[in-house]
Every structure is written in structure tokens, then in C-alpha cells.
Design a protein around this ligand. Sequence first.
Ligand code: PMP
Length: 407
Amino acid sequence: MEFRKSNSLFNRALKVIPSGSYGHTSPVGSLPTHFPKFAERGSGYKFWDVDGNEWIDFMCGYGTVIHGYAEPSIEHAVRELRADGNIFNHPHSVIVDLAERLTEEIDFAQWVVFAKNGSDLTTWSIRVARESTKKPLIIKAYNSYHGVDAWCDPGLGGRVASDRAEILQFKWNDLNQFEELFRKHGDQIAGVILTPYHHPSFAPSEMPNSDFWSTISQVCDKHGAVLILDDVRAGWRLDCGGSHRYFGFVPDLAVYSKALGNGYSISACVGKAKLKNAASEVFLTGSCWNDSSAMVAALQSLKLSTEKNVARSVLDKGKIFCEGLEMAARKYDFEFYMTGPTSMPYPWFQGDEDLYLIQKFCEIAASEGLFYHPHHNWFISDAHSRESLRSAVSETEKVFCRLREFI
Ligand code: PMP
């Protein structure tokens, strides 16, 4: 496989873009050397890079694409609307349609606001918690990702101590630690922000223990702290009505993005009625937030998700894939696990703390046209057919075979 154009574009990018490419797409962040760096087009579960290489994709635009790339009915809805312009001085009527639809589909949601990215609204949501409680402290889990803002980003650059002075952390699933934070600071805690399950980068995913969500909810209720569900990554991959339903609890606020717009930039925060006044007190706007194309894409994407029960579908398809891969690995004596939910699994070789095996695995897979990521969870889309997944499993069996020869 050739990456001539990718590499030459990257060299140009290095001159005009800091690091050439940032965040998880940066090749500096321990991606295999032979990996595409720029994409050109996508269709269903495949994409093509700038060198014309075809990829069977397991990242789905880092989770943003749930119905497949360039899903025809979504693209059609966007084209129709965009023919008359996209952003105006006022919101387009589609914002109300979308808000109504979301409040119908998410059981506890009585209002909703929209922005462009997950970070816009995770940060806004903690301010709503502070506004409503008039308290300063926010609790999160260690190594959780909630976005690029200084209170939570995983980097160190440009940070000052005060950025996190009011953020407390506990180890996921350690309820004693969580309760201890409330014992010490209970009268100062505004809210708790958590993902539905723990999906740190560079480490296996961890599901909540059976008493996790009931305890978190009870403690928040007891102390009047706002429970915020960061469903940016898992939304529509566990339950079409929000991931809280999968785990059987009810948050006060929930933030969605990724799969909401099937690749169009949109995020949403929904909330209970009791937080509506506080929500209207926390300033919220953005230059391109009235992007009506993204809203109509989200509306059509939601329609498809409900019609096809997309969360059930990607969980079931993912099960075929995950079980297949684990079995293929065992044939070559690898202790390999697909951790987390089957619709968005994180691959883990037992004992591979330095990520050497997974890195080599992804590099070999890339030479077979399989796009797997070495330190971020993968994603299944509804465009993956059962047959395509079975065929990916047999291709991956060859990857395990070559990996065994290599080490
Ligand atoms: N929360 C979670 C759980 C996420 O996975 C992400 C994005 N990876 C964010 C928040 C931030 O979203 P965005 O990148 O759209 O700002």
C-alpha cells in the first residue's frame, strides 16, 4: 500500500499547521508508520484515502458516523435544505423540529440546546450545574475525556493551576472514593459529570459495576448535586433513547454529539425541567451554531436510528465482530479481549501495557486494508453488514497469524 500523497500532504501541513495534524489523528501520537493521513471520500463502511487506497473502516469518523458514510437519505435532506442557504440571521425552523424530536426520544428531556461539538456543551453543562446550585465543585472520573477545555483536557499545554482548582476526581467504579468526596465537600458540590461507562484512551474500557449508577444517582439526589451524563461518544450505540436507559438510571442533564448528526457537526444538551431556568441564565452562542444543514442531518439521522433501532443493531453486529476476533486471536495463542460494549469495543492484548502488540497489530491490519486504531476504542456503524464483519474477522485472522510470526 502506497502513502505517497498522504505523506507529501503531511509534509506540507507541518509547515502551516502546528504538529501537522492534531489530537487523535496526529501520527505523532503513536499511530503506525504505514497509515493514511488524509481521507478523500467515504461510502457505507468504507473510506478511501488521498492515495486511492480502500479501507474497511472501524473508526467511523471517530464515532460520528452511525449510518455509514454519505448515507443517501441524510445527504439528500442536507442537499435540499442547503440549496436555499445554510446559516441565516435567525435559526431555521428545523431547530424546533429537532428540539421536539429529541425531547420525544429522550425520556427525561424537557428542553434541549444545540452547539457544534461535545466540548461546547460539556463545559456549558457544568456551568448550568453551578448556576442552579450556586456551588463551585464538579466531580469527574480520573482519565475520563470530556473535551478540549482546560478543566478537563488530557494535555498539559497552556494550563494554570486554577483551571482545575474546582474539579475533584475519583477512580471509576470506586464508590468509596466517590462517597468520600461527598463526605468531605458535600455542601460545595455542584455536579457530577460521567460517561455511561469508562472509556479511557490507551487502556481497556470498564463497564460500571452493578451498584455504580444507583449509588451515584442516590448520592447526587441526597446532596442536591446535578448528575450530568456525558453521552457524547456512546449516544445511539447503547440505546436510541440515551445510554442512561441501557444502565437503568436517570441523569439531570445529558450531552450528545458524535452519532447525532451522522458526520455533520452538531451537539445537544438535554435537561430536566427543574434546570431550565438555570440553563437560560448561562450564556450560550456560537458563530456557526445556526447551521441548519447539521440540524436537518441530525433530524434524518434520528429518524433512521429509531426506525432501525440502530443501537440494538450495532450492538448485535458488534457482537459477531468481537466474538469473531477474540476466537481468531485464540487460534494464535493471544490473550486478546474486546473490552467495553460490542458496538464500540476497545481492543486489548493482556499484558500489553506499552501498547507494542496492538500497535504492530494495527500496522499489519493496515497492510490488509483494515482500519483499526491502536489506542482509541473502535466503532461499528449500521452500514457494516453481518457479512462484511465476518469477512473482516477472517482477514483479521491473517493479521493474528502474521503477528505471531513477527513476535
Ligand atoms: N466527551 C466524550 C465522552 C468524548 O468522547 C468527546 C470526544 N471524543 C467529547 C466529550 C468532546 O467532544 P468534541 O470532540 O466534539 O468536542
